[in-house]
Design a protein around this ligand. Structure first.
Ligand SMILES: [Mg+2]
Length: 147
């Protein structure tokens, strides 16, 4: 089975909306990833939960989450873990990888909205979420041949 990694912020987690929802938004305007509970309270991106479930249920891909937890927001590591269980139950249990070096990951696909933290140097294929080729989850599902 091909190994597929899914990034969190900007791919399945609506980080920007979470920041805007926070009463601390203005105060942290230059360091949004330090807003208290920003990762815990974040809403999912449109179509994201349904789409990742469809990929998992297809049994065509071995799915893992590959995310970077900001060093300056200590709670973000556990909040990301809580978020995954909140939206996916046990489906992604023990499949969360938090790293600043996504280029160290061995696998076939990485769905990521940025090239930072090694995503641009990933040895498999980067599915650049939000790009012209992959503007949304429907285009990704189509590319991965998920019915
Ligand atoms: Mg991202």
């Amino acid at each position: 089975m091909r190994i597929l990694y899914v990034d969190m912020d900007g791919v399945i987690v609506d980080f920007i909306q979470s920041a805007k929802n926070s009463p601390d938004y203005e105060r942290y305007i230059n360091e949004l990833d330090k807003i208290p509970d920003i990762f815990l309270n974040a809403p999912p991106m449109k179509q994201a939960i349904k789409s990742v479930n469809r990929i998992i249920d297809s049994r065509k891909y071995d799915v893992y989450i590959a995310s970077t937890a900001p060093w300056g927001n200590i709670e973000s590591l556990s909040h990301k873990r809580i978020w995954i269980e909140k939206y996916f139950g046990d489906k992604l249990k023990k499949r969360l990888i938090l790293t600043h070096r996504k280029d160290f990951l061995i696998g076939d696909f990485l769905i990521d909205d940025r090239t930072a933290n090694g995503a641009g140097e990933f040895k498999g294929e980067l599915i650049h979420f939000g790009s012209n080729k992959f503007p949304d989850w429907n285009s990704v599902l189509k590319y991965l041949s998920i019915k």
